[in-house]
Design a protein around this ligand. Sequence first.
Ligand code: SF4
Length: 393
Amino acid sequence: MKKLNRRHFLFCSAAYLGSAATAKAFWPLAITKSAVSATGDIRGKVFKGDAPKKMWEWSHEGFLYKKLENNKVRCDICPNRCKLSPGDRSVCRSKVNMDGILYTLTYGNPCSVNIDPIEKKPLFHFKPRTKAFSIATAGCNFRCLNCQNWEISQAKPHEVRHRELYPADVIDAVLRYDTPSIAYTYSEPITFFEYMIDTARLARENGVHNLLISNGYINRKPLLELCKVLDGANVNLKSLSDDIYRKLNGGRLQPVLNTFKTLHEQGVHFEMTNLVVPGYVDDEDMVKKMCQWILENLGPNYPLHFLRFFPKYKLDRLPPTPLSTLIRFRQLAMDEGIRYVYVGNASYREGNNTYCHNCKKLLIERLGYIIPTYDLDGERCKYCRTVIPGRWT
Ligand code: SF4
Protein backbone atom coordinates (compact mmCIF):
# COMPACT_ATOMS: atom_id res chain seq x y z
CA MET A 1 0.00 0.00 0.00
CA LYS A 2 1.26 3.51 -0.79
CA LYS A 3 2.55 5.37 2.30
CA LEU A 4 1.08 8.80 3.07
CA ASN A 5 3.50 11.58 3.89
CA ARG A 6 2.59 13.94 6.78
CA ARG A 7 1.21 16.70 4.53
CA HIS A 8 -0.95 14.30 2.56
CA PHE A 9 -2.17 12.67 5.79
CA LEU A 10 -3.23 16.04 7.26
CA PHE A 11 -4.97 16.99 3.99
CA CYS A 12 -6.90 13.69 3.88
CA SER A 13 -7.89 13.96 7.56
CA ALA A 14 -9.16 17.50 7.08
CA ALA A 15 -11.12 16.49 4.00
CA TYR A 16 -12.65 13.54 5.86
CA LEU A 17 -13.58 15.61 8.91
CA GLY A 18 -14.95 18.33 6.66
CA SER A 19 -17.18 15.91 4.78
CA ALA A 20 -18.33 14.25 8.02
CA ALA A 21 -19.25 17.66 9.46
CA THR A 22 -21.15 18.51 6.28
CA ALA A 23 -22.96 15.20 6.49
CA LYS A 24 -24.00 15.91 10.07
CA ALA A 25 -25.10 19.43 9.29
CA PHE A 26 -27.16 18.51 6.26
CA TRP A 27 -28.42 14.97 6.73
CA PRO A 28 -30.78 14.19 9.57
CA LEU A 29 -29.89 10.94 11.32
CA ALA A 30 -33.42 9.63 11.11
CA ILE A 31 -36.00 10.70 8.57
CA THR A 32 -39.35 10.68 10.23
CA LYS A 33 -42.62 9.91 8.51
CA SER A 34 -44.10 13.10 9.98
CA ALA A 35 -41.43 15.15 8.18
CA VAL A 36 -42.47 13.45 5.00
CA SER A 37 -46.19 13.89 5.46
CA ALA A 38 -45.66 17.61 6.09
CA THR A 39 -45.23 18.02 2.33
CA GLY A 40 -48.45 18.75 0.49
CA ASP A 41 -49.83 17.69 -2.87
CA ILE A 42 -47.34 19.09 -5.39
CA ARG A 43 -49.17 18.36 -8.63
CA GLY A 44 -48.50 21.05 -11.22
CA LYS A 45 -50.95 23.71 -12.39
CA VAL A 46 -51.30 25.33 -15.79
CA PHE A 47 -49.44 28.65 -16.24
CA LYS A 48 -52.15 31.23 -16.83
CA GLY A 49 -51.35 33.76 -19.57
CA ASP A 50 -47.76 32.50 -19.91
CA ALA A 51 -47.77 31.51 -23.58
CA PRO A 52 -45.30 33.33 -25.84
CA LYS A 53 -46.78 36.06 -28.00
CA LYS A 54 -45.47 34.49 -31.21
CA MET A 55 -44.94 30.92 -32.34
CA TRP A 56 -41.38 29.82 -33.09
CA GLU A 57 -39.79 27.40 -35.57
CA TRP A 58 -40.45 24.36 -33.39
CA SER A 59 -44.15 24.90 -32.85
CA HIS A 60 -46.37 22.16 -34.17
CA GLU A 61 -50.07 21.58 -33.70
CA GLY A 62 -50.64 19.08 -30.90
CA PHE A 63 -52.00 15.56 -31.42
CA LEU A 64 -54.95 14.20 -29.47
CA TYR A 65 -56.45 17.36 -28.13
CA LYS A 66 -60.00 18.60 -27.95
CA LYS A 67 -61.37 22.02 -28.88
CA LEU A 68 -63.78 23.32 -26.25
CA GLU A 69 -66.10 26.32 -26.08
CA ASN A 70 -64.66 29.88 -25.87
CA ASN A 71 -61.49 28.87 -27.74
CA LYS A 72 -60.34 26.66 -24.88
CA VAL A 73 -58.49 23.40 -25.60
CA ARG A 74 -57.83 20.24 -23.60
CA CYS A 75 -54.71 18.12 -24.14
CA ASP A 76 -55.51 14.41 -23.85
CA ILE A 77 -51.98 13.01 -23.86
CA CYS A 78 -51.52 12.54 -20.11
CA PRO A 79 -53.79 12.33 -17.05
CA ASN A 80 -53.19 16.00 -16.26
CA ARG A 81 -55.56 16.76 -19.17
CA CYS A 82 -54.54 20.41 -19.18
CA LYS A 83 -57.43 22.69 -20.01
CA LEU A 84 -55.96 25.84 -21.56
CA SER A 85 -57.58 29.15 -22.37
CA PRO A 86 -55.99 31.22 -25.15
CA GLY A 87 -52.57 32.42 -23.92
CA ASP A 88 -52.13 29.67 -21.29
CA ARG A 89 -49.19 27.29 -20.96
CA SER A 90 -49.54 23.65 -19.90
CA VAL A 91 -48.44 21.92 -16.70
CA CYS A 92 -45.54 20.34 -18.62
CA ARG A 93 -44.53 23.82 -19.84
CA SER A 94 -44.18 22.67 -23.45
CA LYS A 95 -47.70 23.23 -24.80
CA VAL A 96 -49.70 26.40 -25.29
CA ASN A 97 -53.07 27.56 -26.52
CA MET A 98 -52.72 30.10 -29.33
CA ASP A 99 -56.04 31.40 -30.61
CA GLY A 100 -57.89 28.18 -29.84
CA ILE A 101 -55.25 25.79 -31.22
CA LEU A 102 -53.02 23.62 -29.05
CA TYR A 103 -49.36 23.83 -30.01
CA THR A 104 -46.39 21.87 -28.77
CA LEU A 105 -43.23 24.00 -28.61
CA THR A 106 -40.85 21.04 -28.67
CA TYR A 107 -41.18 19.55 -32.11
CA GLY A 108 -37.66 19.03 -33.42
CA ASN A 109 -35.66 20.98 -30.82
CA PRO A 110 -34.05 18.53 -28.39
CA CYS A 111 -32.06 20.00 -25.53
CA SER A 112 -30.11 16.77 -24.91
CA VAL A 113 -28.65 14.49 -27.56
CA ASN A 114 -26.24 11.70 -26.61
CA ILE A 115 -25.25 8.19 -27.54
CA ASP A 116 -25.53 6.02 -24.43
CA PRO A 117 -24.93 2.37 -23.59
CA ILE A 118 -28.30 0.65 -23.36
CA GLU A 119 -27.37 -0.45 -19.82
CA LYS A 120 -27.49 3.20 -18.73
CA LYS A 121 -31.25 3.49 -19.31
CA PRO A 122 -31.31 1.02 -17.44
CA LEU A 123 -32.32 -1.78 -19.81
CA PHE A 124 -30.55 -5.00 -18.86
CA HIS A 125 -32.66 -7.44 -20.88
CA PHE A 126 -32.72 -5.60 -24.20
CA LYS A 127 -29.87 -6.16 -26.64
CA PRO A 128 -26.97 -5.86 -24.20
CA ARG A 129 -23.78 -4.11 -25.31
CA THR A 130 -25.65 -1.98 -27.86
CA LYS A 131 -25.99 1.79 -27.95
CA ALA A 132 -29.04 4.05 -27.93
CA PHE A 133 -29.23 7.43 -29.63
CA SER A 134 -30.82 9.39 -26.80
CA ILE A 135 -32.90 12.55 -27.10
CA ALA A 136 -34.90 14.80 -24.79
CA THR A 137 -36.67 18.13 -24.96
CA ALA A 138 -37.53 20.46 -22.09
CA GLY A 139 -40.57 19.70 -19.92
CA CYS A 140 -42.21 17.18 -17.61
CA ASN A 141 -45.72 16.39 -16.44
CA PHE A 142 -44.43 15.61 -12.90
CA ARG A 143 -42.77 17.78 -10.24
CA CYS A 144 -40.52 15.24 -8.45
CA LEU A 145 -38.78 16.81 -5.47
CA ASN A 146 -35.78 14.59 -6.16
CA CYS A 147 -35.55 15.14 -9.93
CA GLN A 148 -32.08 14.29 -11.26
CA ASN A 149 -32.63 16.28 -14.47
CA TRP A 150 -34.58 19.24 -13.12
CA GLU A 151 -32.55 21.73 -15.19
CA ILE A 152 -34.32 20.46 -18.31
CA SER A 153 -37.44 18.76 -16.94
CA GLN A 154 -38.61 21.82 -15.00
CA ALA A 155 -37.76 24.32 -17.74
CA LYS A 156 -39.68 25.93 -20.56
CA PRO A 157 -38.42 25.06 -24.05
CA HIS A 158 -36.94 28.52 -24.71
CA GLU A 159 -35.04 28.49 -21.39
CA VAL A 160 -32.69 25.66 -22.35
CA ARG A 161 -30.02 25.32 -25.01
CA HIS A 162 -31.38 23.26 -27.84
CA ARG A 163 -30.64 22.29 -31.40
CA GLU A 164 -32.73 21.68 -34.46
CA LEU A 165 -33.23 17.99 -35.15
CA TYR A 166 -36.46 17.06 -36.88
CA PRO A 167 -37.55 13.40 -37.04
CA ALA A 168 -35.84 12.82 -40.41
CA ASP A 169 -32.61 14.38 -39.04
CA VAL A 170 -32.73 12.04 -36.04
CA ILE A 171 -32.97 9.02 -38.34
CA ASP A 172 -30.10 10.34 -40.49
CA ALA A 173 -27.93 10.71 -37.40
CA VAL A 174 -28.90 7.28 -36.07
CA LEU A 175 -27.99 5.61 -39.35
CA ARG A 176 -24.77 7.62 -39.62
CA TYR A 177 -23.65 6.62 -36.12
CA ASP A 178 -24.95 3.09 -36.63
CA THR A 179 -26.92 2.94 -33.37
CA PRO A 180 -29.64 0.26 -33.41
CA SER A 181 -32.04 2.12 -31.08
CA ILE A 182 -33.41 5.54 -30.24
CA ALA A 183 -34.18 6.25 -26.59
CA TYR A 184 -36.69 8.97 -25.73
CA THR A 185 -35.40 9.82 -22.31
CA TYR A 186 -33.85 12.17 -19.66
CA SER A 187 -36.80 14.56 -19.19
CA GLU A 188 -40.33 13.19 -19.86
CA PRO A 189 -40.93 11.98 -23.44
CA ILE A 190 -44.70 11.84 -22.92
CA THR A 191 -44.66 15.63 -22.99
CA PHE A 192 -43.00 15.62 -26.42
CA PHE A 193 -45.34 12.92 -27.68
CA GLU A 194 -45.80 14.49 -31.14
CA TYR A 195 -42.06 14.69 -31.84
CA MET A 196 -41.49 11.24 -30.33
CA ILE A 197 -44.16 9.37 -32.26
CA ASP A 198 -43.30 10.92 -35.62
CA THR A 199 -39.65 10.03 -35.04
CA ALA A 200 -40.57 6.54 -33.82
CA ARG A 201 -42.70 5.81 -36.88
CA LEU A 202 -39.85 6.83 -39.14
CA ALA A 203 -37.43 4.77 -37.07
CA ARG A 204 -39.64 1.69 -37.41
CA GLU A 205 -39.70 2.12 -41.22
CA ASN A 206 -35.89 2.21 -41.14
CA GLY A 207 -35.44 -0.84 -38.91
CA VAL A 208 -34.39 1.19 -35.86
CA HIS A 209 -35.74 0.28 -32.40
CA ASN A 210 -37.68 2.70 -30.19
CA LEU A 211 -37.20 2.83 -26.44
CA LEU A 212 -39.31 4.83 -24.01
CA ILE A 213 -37.72 5.85 -20.69
CA SER A 214 -40.56 7.39 -18.76
CA ASN A 215 -42.64 7.99 -15.66
CA GLY A 216 -45.52 6.16 -17.38
CA TYR A 217 -47.97 9.02 -16.82
CA ILE A 218 -49.84 8.76 -20.10
CA ASN A 219 -53.42 8.11 -21.18
CA ARG A 220 -54.37 4.83 -22.80
CA LYS A 221 -55.14 6.15 -26.29
CA PRO A 222 -51.74 7.77 -26.96
CA LEU A 223 -50.02 4.83 -25.28
CA LEU A 224 -51.73 2.37 -27.62
CA GLU A 225 -50.54 4.46 -30.58
CA LEU A 226 -47.03 4.43 -29.18
CA CYS A 227 -47.08 0.68 -28.52
CA LYS A 228 -47.45 0.09 -32.27
CA VAL A 229 -43.89 1.33 -32.76
CA LEU A 230 -42.34 0.68 -29.36
CA ASP A 231 -39.71 -2.04 -28.87
CA GLY A 232 -38.78 -1.54 -25.23
CA ALA A 233 -39.39 0.67 -22.23
CA ASN A 234 -38.14 1.44 -18.79
CA VAL A 235 -40.92 2.89 -16.68
CA ASN A 236 -40.57 4.21 -13.14
CA LEU A 237 -42.76 2.73 -10.49
CA LYS A 238 -42.04 5.42 -7.96
CA SER A 239 -43.98 3.78 -5.12
CA LEU A 240 -47.19 1.89 -4.57
CA SER A 241 -48.76 4.76 -2.68
CA ASP A 242 -50.99 7.40 -4.24
CA ASP A 243 -50.12 9.67 -1.32
CA ILE A 244 -46.40 9.48 -2.10
CA TYR A 245 -47.10 10.06 -5.80
CA ARG A 246 -48.93 13.29 -4.92
CA LYS A 247 -46.37 14.52 -2.40
CA LEU A 248 -43.07 13.42 -3.90
CA ASN A 249 -43.80 13.34 -7.62
CA GLY A 250 -46.84 15.50 -8.25
CA GLY A 251 -48.81 12.75 -9.97
CA ARG A 252 -51.18 9.85 -9.28
CA LEU A 253 -50.47 6.15 -8.93
CA GLN A 254 -53.34 4.49 -10.82
CA PRO A 255 -52.53 5.84 -14.31
CA VAL A 256 -48.98 4.51 -13.96
CA LEU A 257 -50.27 1.07 -12.96
CA ASN A 258 -52.55 1.20 -16.00
CA THR A 259 -49.52 1.92 -18.20
CA PHE A 260 -47.77 -1.22 -16.96
CA LYS A 261 -50.88 -3.30 -17.68
CA THR A 262 -51.16 -1.86 -21.19
CA LEU A 263 -47.49 -2.48 -22.00
CA HIS A 264 -47.88 -6.04 -20.74
CA GLU A 265 -51.07 -6.63 -22.73
CA GLN A 266 -49.48 -5.17 -25.89
CA GLY A 267 -46.39 -7.40 -25.60
CA VAL A 268 -43.87 -4.56 -25.23
CA HIS A 269 -40.71 -5.55 -23.37
CA PHE A 270 -40.29 -3.30 -20.33
CA GLU A 271 -38.29 -3.00 -17.18
CA MET A 272 -39.30 -1.25 -13.98
CA THR A 273 -37.31 1.20 -11.93
CA ASN A 274 -37.89 2.14 -8.32
CA LEU A 275 -35.77 4.95 -6.87
CA VAL A 276 -35.42 4.28 -3.16
CA VAL A 277 -35.76 7.74 -1.63
CA PRO A 278 -35.01 7.69 2.13
CA GLY A 279 -38.06 8.55 4.22
CA TYR A 280 -40.40 8.34 1.25
CA VAL A 281 -39.90 5.07 -0.56
CA ASP A 282 -37.90 2.91 1.82
CA ASP A 283 -40.78 1.17 3.53
CA GLU A 284 -40.41 -2.62 3.46
CA ASP A 285 -44.16 -3.27 3.60
CA MET A 286 -44.71 -1.00 0.64
CA VAL A 287 -42.00 -2.78 -1.36
CA LYS A 288 -43.64 -6.10 -0.52
CA LYS A 289 -47.01 -4.78 -1.71
CA MET A 290 -45.37 -3.45 -4.86
CA CYS A 291 -43.92 -6.87 -5.65
CA GLN A 292 -47.25 -8.55 -5.00
CA TRP A 293 -48.99 -6.15 -7.38
CA ILE A 294 -46.35 -6.85 -10.04
CA LEU A 295 -46.69 -10.61 -9.64
CA GLU A 296 -50.48 -10.56 -9.74
CA ASN A 297 -50.79 -8.21 -12.70
CA LEU A 298 -47.65 -8.63 -14.77
CA GLY A 299 -46.02 -11.89 -13.68
CA PRO A 300 -42.48 -12.63 -12.48
CA ASN A 301 -40.50 -11.98 -15.66
CA TYR A 302 -40.14 -8.20 -15.99
CA PRO A 303 -36.84 -6.98 -14.52
CA LEU A 304 -37.06 -4.67 -11.53
CA HIS A 305 -34.28 -2.17 -10.72
CA PHE A 306 -33.92 -0.62 -7.27
CA LEU A 307 -31.93 2.58 -7.74
CA ARG A 308 -29.86 4.36 -5.16
CA PHE A 309 -31.00 7.92 -4.42
CA PHE A 310 -28.44 10.73 -4.23
CA PRO A 311 -29.27 14.14 -2.72
CA LYS A 312 -30.55 16.37 -5.52
CA TYR A 313 -32.79 19.31 -6.32
CA LYS A 314 -35.28 19.95 -3.48
CA LEU A 315 -34.16 16.89 -1.50
CA ASP A 316 -30.51 17.84 -1.35
CA ARG A 317 -30.44 17.43 2.43
CA LEU A 318 -31.43 13.78 2.50
CA PRO A 319 -28.72 11.15 2.74
CA PRO A 320 -28.07 8.74 -0.14
CA THR A 321 -29.89 5.41 0.16
CA PRO A 322 -27.83 3.05 2.32
CA LEU A 323 -26.51 0.16 0.25
CA SER A 324 -27.84 -2.25 2.90
CA THR A 325 -31.42 -1.07 2.14
CA LEU A 326 -31.00 -1.76 -1.57
CA ILE A 327 -29.54 -5.20 -0.93
CA ARG A 328 -32.40 -6.00 1.47
CA PHE A 329 -35.05 -4.86 -1.05
CA ARG A 330 -33.46 -6.92 -3.82
CA GLN A 331 -33.58 -10.02 -1.65
CA LEU A 332 -37.12 -9.27 -0.55
CA ALA A 333 -38.33 -8.89 -4.16
CA MET A 334 -36.63 -12.14 -5.18
CA ASP A 335 -38.12 -13.94 -2.16
CA GLU A 336 -41.53 -12.67 -3.23
CA GLY A 337 -40.97 -14.30 -6.63
CA ILE A 338 -39.67 -11.62 -9.03
CA ARG A 339 -37.00 -13.35 -11.08
CA TYR A 340 -34.69 -10.54 -12.13
CA VAL A 341 -33.99 -7.85 -9.57
CA TYR A 342 -31.12 -5.38 -9.85
CA VAL A 343 -29.48 -2.67 -7.80
CA GLY A 344 -28.46 0.48 -9.68
CA ASN A 345 -26.35 3.60 -8.99
CA ALA A 346 -24.35 1.56 -6.49
CA SER A 347 -21.32 -0.58 -6.58
CA TYR A 348 -22.74 -3.98 -5.71
CA ARG A 349 -21.66 -6.56 -8.23
CA GLU A 350 -24.23 -9.22 -7.49
CA GLY A 351 -26.97 -6.65 -7.96
CA ASN A 352 -25.67 -5.74 -11.40
CA ASN A 353 -25.35 -9.26 -12.78
CA THR A 354 -27.94 -11.49 -14.42
CA TYR A 355 -28.35 -15.01 -13.03
CA CYS A 356 -30.50 -17.67 -14.66
CA HIS A 357 -33.75 -17.90 -12.68
CA ASN A 358 -33.74 -21.68 -13.13
CA CYS A 359 -30.18 -22.95 -12.60
CA LYS A 360 -28.89 -19.75 -10.88
CA LYS A 361 -25.71 -19.67 -12.95
CA LEU A 362 -24.14 -16.31 -13.81
CA LEU A 363 -25.18 -15.37 -17.35
CA ILE A 364 -24.25 -11.71 -17.71
CA GLU A 365 -21.60 -10.05 -15.64
CA ARG A 366 -21.65 -6.23 -15.66
CA LEU A 367 -18.85 -3.97 -14.53
CA GLY A 368 -20.42 -0.57 -14.98
CA TYR A 369 -21.28 -0.55 -18.67
CA ILE A 370 -18.72 -3.23 -19.54
CA ILE A 371 -19.87 -6.82 -19.93
CA PRO A 372 -16.96 -9.22 -19.45
CA THR A 373 -19.17 -12.35 -19.28
CA TYR A 374 -22.07 -13.12 -21.58
CA ASP A 375 -23.34 -16.70 -21.37
CA LEU A 376 -26.63 -16.61 -23.23
CA ASP A 377 -27.12 -18.69 -26.32
CA GLY A 378 -29.67 -16.66 -28.27
CA GLU A 379 -32.44 -16.21 -25.73
CA ARG A 380 -31.49 -19.26 -23.66
CA CYS A 381 -29.30 -19.93 -20.66
CA LYS A 382 -26.16 -21.62 -21.99
CA TYR A 383 -26.18 -24.09 -19.08
CA CYS A 384 -29.76 -25.30 -18.61
CA ARG A 385 -31.38 -24.01 -21.85
CA THR A 386 -34.10 -22.07 -20.01
CA VAL A 387 -35.52 -19.14 -21.99
CA ILE A 388 -34.51 -15.87 -20.28
CA PRO A 389 -37.15 -13.13 -20.59
CA GLY A 390 -36.08 -10.17 -22.70
CA ARG A 391 -35.16 -9.16 -26.25
CA TRP A 392 -31.69 -10.53 -26.76
CA THR A 393 -30.99 -10.80 -30.45
S1 SF4 B 1 -48.82 16.27 -21.96
FE1 SF4 B 1 -48.49 18.30 -21.03
S2 SF4 B 1 -50.13 19.54 -21.94
FE2 SF4 B 1 -50.70 17.44 -22.26
S3 SF4 B 1 -52.02 16.93 -20.53
FE3 SF4 B 1 -49.94 16.29 -20.00
S4 SF4 B 1 -49.07 18.01 -18.88
FE4 SF4 B 1 -50.87 18.78 -19.95
